[in-house]
Design a binder for this molecule. Structure first.
Ligand SMILES: Nc1ncnc2c1ncn2[C@@H]1O[C@H](COP(=O)(O)OP(=O)(O)OP(=O)(O)O)[C@@H](O)[C@H]1O
Ligand SMILES: [Mg+2]
Length: 318
């Protein structure tokens, strides 16, 4: 399922002393079945952006379209009235009127989401998913989501077991309290809770932060498998190795704005100084090899193992 942001602004705690404008005129398309990485400095608005995809946060203005339905700042009629009022207002600038007319046309042409319907399609694993746990046992916690959407107890239990297996949690954990697990185990269980819903869009906010390297790698492979089966994935991360290894597309954010929508290969081939991001080490090694005359096609290699294979085959040709 594709996600489209049109002129989305978001303000935390509006009209209060803590008011903070966190997103500014976001226009973005997350392609259907893509694996889209969202990157940017701490505080650039990544978590704020992705929480709009399941309406945990609602645009202050602008619309988010998921497939053929919309998430709006207010009820549809009220939002249309607000747009109309502004369009008539002589003080509103022509440029803003153009945006408003565009938004009006989108709103008129689509229906809006009921939150429950949306949450079934979009699963979000928060930055600290362990806070999402609340049931008495691991299995109940993971089965809660499907149960909440009307799945029978027996089927929900099957879905839960399947999801727990995917994240590497075995039967011995099922009856344990989620609160008595290690940090990494809690995270796996919380992720399983989202996977059990089989969302069409899976949004992951730094899902591997704090996991040991092996667990993190296994978790990423699980997400890659889910992606291969047709799920659209949005991954917020600070880890450029993951971007290069898994992402098909990259969104670069800064100060609540989108700086660029690109691909990993294009991003790393010509890193703009203002992004101040760290190029993956092995990518830098490849660049150095090319610089020294090694005939590598960097755009086709995104992991160490493939680089090794490529070097070996080049050596054999010599
Ligand atoms: N509840 C809130 N109330 C007010 N401001 C907030 C709130 N949550 C976040 N912000 C502010 O909004 C901005 C964007 O925050 P956000 O959490 O989206 O950043 P981020 O890119 O996810 O950062 P990180 O990489 O640290 O997770 C930050 O400046 C932050 O201080
Ligand atoms: Mg964040």
């Amino acid at each position: 399922m594709a996600v489209k942001f049109s002129h989305v602004d978001f303000t935390y705690a509006p009209k209060s002393p803590f008011q903070f404008d966190a997103l500014h005129d976001i226009n973005l398309v997350i392609k259907d079945e893509s694996f889209t990485a969202v990157i940017g400095h701490t505080g650039s608005g990544k978590s704020t952006l992705i929480q709009h995809i399941n309406a945990l946060l609602i645009p202050t203005s602008g619309v988010v379209q998921i497939e053929d339905s919309l998430i709006l700042p207010t009820k549809k009629k009220k939002y249309l009235r607000r747009i109309k009022r502004k369009l008539k207002n002589k003080k509103v600038k022509a440029e803003q009127k153009e945006r408003l007319a565009f938004l009006q046309s989108i709103v008129l042409a689509h229906k809006t989401y009921k939150v429950k319907e949306l949450r079934k399609k979009v699963g979000v694993v928060f930055q600290f998913p362990e806070y999402q746990l609340f049931e008495e046992t691991v299995i109940k916690d993971v089965a809660f989501g499907p149960r909440n959407f009307g799945v029978s107890a027996a089927d929900a239990s099957l879905l839960a077991k399947e999801a727990l297996t995917m994240v590497g949690i075995n039967e011995s954990f099922y009856a344990r309290s989620p609160f008595e697990l290690s940090g990494g185990e809690k995270r796996r269980v919380a992720i399983a809770g989202i996977l059990a819903l089989k969302p069409e869009i899976l949004v992951l906010d730094e899902p591997t932060a704090g996991l040991d390297p092996l667990s993190a790698a296994q978790m990423m492979e699980t997400f890659a498998k889910i992606h291969k089966n047709g799920t659209t994935i949005v991954l917020v991360t600070h880890d450029m190795d993951l971007v290069l290894r898994y992402a098909s597309d990259v969104v670069v954010m800064k100060d609540g704005k989108i700086l660029e929508e690109t691909t990993p290969v294009k991003l790393f081939a010509d890193v703009k100084e203002e992004y101040s991001l760290e190029v993956p080490t092995f990518y830098a090694v490849m660049q150095e090899l090319v610089k020294r005359g090694c005939p590598l096609d960097i755009s086709k290699i995104n992991n160490v193992s493939d680089l090794a294979k490529m070097l070996k085959s080049l050596k054999e040709k010599v």
